[in-house]
Ligand binder design. Structure first.
Ligand code: DGJ
Length: 569
């Protein structure tokens, strides 16, 4: 087996780009049905906009395609400007979407080299008096994001924020009869909104729809690429609502679509929640109730502007889950994802907020949320040591990744909730490497050509099968000595197959080598090009050989990207 070079390239010049280009992608017929729905909605929306407004917008700005989630050959991508896009994001602190705080946001984002900023929009600020909407903050963030050349994911802090109703407008908070809290087993009010409150649901639907309608009109550039509906919806302090109305529903038969989604088999043809789910009955019931509510808010917003929508989850321990009541109840935790999918089809993604520090737990979360019916997206995470897991997430075909609280509003080196400089550095390191090649990575991942991993002790090496080759990633290897692992497990690697014998390779604190799948053959490097990506193009810098390739391809803390051409002997 030999590498496929058309003609002898001079050694001091790069292979022409078309020699490296992957073969064309598979067919694209398997687009999610909701994308067709989105497209239909999009044209309906355009039709409804009113000719004069459309003409005015078109006269000023080219209207770009609406971002959408696409599924093809079993893999997902977030399409932005009609091509796969990888969110290299950061989320601001909760109280940072204010004119006074934004100057402390943008320098942090610039330092991090993000391409997308996640920013909350507050219901209490949008609708200070019922029915009167103030869009000024949305317009401010749109303008400033464009000035700073980043995209936005806006977070709708509506009925739920971390399980509570703290972002409901004051006129709602002061009327708990109309906009009720949940009640616990003893009939006491809980600091969490009732998912059965019809007036709250109607008010949230109206406000979220107004927000989305405004976005549709104010953002033909698609600066906003996705919207989060609510924030960590669910309840702390009670597993479900115990109000008389809720109790009646809990004792009623489970909707058949829930039984099907959860693959429940009982002797009773129409079991109630307790009969169907036993010890998980209350959490399943609450998940159904919360997801129905959030799903209706999402659907209302989507009907006016079909952007991708997602809901985020405060997780339960993925490896050793405690009993219901030990984690936030009702949100899209891993045990009730199927219920959320059937209750809230307007949501494109159910996304985990990953604050696990145990690497095994971290990886398990990625695995649990990467499903055939759910693209993986990590909208919140944290910890300098976890920065390497963006590579693991890429290995699970993530559409994006975003650490939380990455602005300078709380001081970036002191104070509770602040982020230490090493955390900023850890994320910036990833994003400086991946930023210039994000479109390439998103496309290669969507085409199923990419493998990526991060170091998890005690494993010191791992093998990534790629066609006729195995890429062997190892950590803490020196010259021809055995890999022993890094002192701090900071290793991470990405390998993408461009053609049969050609690979794109990058990473930090690791070695990547290749072994032919055929054990009777040996690997030889025909050509190892180091380069950099500029605006999506690979720019050749030099050829690696000698010490740089004799024991494999070694990556340290510098951002290095290689294109590798292999052969066997
Ligand atoms: C998860 C929430 O979703 C965020 O808004 C924030 O509260 C973090 N937890 C913790 O700071």
């Amino acid at each position: 087996m030999y590498g496929e070079i058309a003609a002898d390239p001079p050694v001091d010049r790069p292979l022409p780009d078309d020699e490296w280009a992957p073969a064309s992608a598979g067919n694209s017929t398997d687009i999610l049905s909701r994308d067709f729905h989105n497209m239909k909605l999009a044209s309906a929306v355009r039709a409804c906009l009113g000719a004069s407004l459309v003409l005015t917008l078109h006269a000023q700005i080219d209207e770009r395609p609406i971002p959408r989630v696409v599924k093809r050959d079993g893999r997902f991508a977030l399409f932005v400007d009609d091509a796969p896009y990888l969110i290299l994001g950061a989320q601001v602190h909760n109280s940072s979407t204010w004119p006074v705080t934004l100057p402390k946001v943008w320098p942090a984002m610039e330092f991090l080299n993000v391409n997308t900023v996640e920013m909350p929009i507050y219901w209490e600020q949008l609708e200070p008096r019922q029915g009167q909407y103030d869009y000024s903050m949305i317009d401010t963030v749109l303008t400033q994001a464009r000035e700073h050349r980043v995209r936005l994911v806006l977070l709708w802090f509506g009925t739920w924020k971390n399980g509570s109703q703290h972002y409901m407008p004051e006129w709602m908070k002061l009327d708990p009869v109309r906009y009720p809290h949940m009640v616990d087993r003893n009939g006491r009010a809980v600091d969490s909104p009732s998912p059965y409150a019809a007036a709250s649901l109607e008010a949230d639907k109206a406000a979220f729809t107004a927000f989305m309608r405004h976005l549709r009109e104010a953002d033909p550039q698609r600066t906003v690429i996705m919207v989060q509906v609510e924030n960590e919806a669910g309840t702390w302090g009670a597993v479900r609502d115990y109000s008389p109305a809720a109790q009646k529903l809990f004792e009623a038969p489970v909707p058949p679509e829930v039984l099907t989604a959860m693959q429940v088999k009982t002797t009773s043809p129409s079991p109630n929640w307790q009969e169907a789910f036993g010890s998980e009955a209350e959490v399943c019931f609450h998940a159904w109730s919360v997801a129905k509510y959030v799903g209706q808010v999402a659907a209302a917003g989507k009907s006016v502007y079909p952007l991708p929508l997602y809901a985020n989850a405060a997780l339960r321990d993925p490896l050793r889950p405690g009993a219901p009541g030990t984690y936030e109840s009702g949100g899209p935790t891993d045990n009730v994802l199927a219920i959320w999918k059937v209750a809230a089809p307007a949501l494109d993604i159910l996304a985990p907020d990953i604050y696990q520090n145990d690497p095994a737990a971290y990886l398990k979360v990625l695995e649990l949320y990467h499903r055939d019916d759910n693209p993986l997206f990590v909208p919140e995470t944290g910890g300098a040591a976890n920065a390497r897991f963006i590579f693991s997430a890429l290995g699970f075909q993530t559409i994006g990744f975003s650490p939380f609280g990455m602005d300078y509003s709380r001081g970036h080196d002191t104070g509770p909730g602040s982020r230490q400089p090493d955390e900023f550095n850890a994320w910036a390191m990833n994003y400086r490497l991946l930023g210039p090649m994000q479109r390439e990575i998103a496309r290669l991942n969507f085409e199923g050509r990419l493998k990526a991993v991060a170091e998890v002790p005690p494993k010191v090496s791992e093998t990534l099968p790629l066609g006729d080759w195995n890429a062997v990633v190892s950590y803490g290897a020196r010259r021809n000595n055995q890999a022993v692992g890094n002192a701090e497990p900071a290793g991470r690697a990405l390998v993408a197959q461009l053609k049969d014998n050609q690979f794109l390779v990058t990473g930090f604190f690791c070695r990547v080598d290749f072994r032919p799948a055929d054990p009777d053959k040996h690997r030889q490097f025909l050509r190892v090009e180091e380069g950099t990506y500029e605006n999506g193009d690979f720019k050749f810098l030099r050829i690696w050989n000698g010490d740089e390739t004799d024991w494999g391809l070694n990556f340290a803390s510098e951002p290095v990207v290689l294109r590798v051409l292999l052969a066997t002997y």
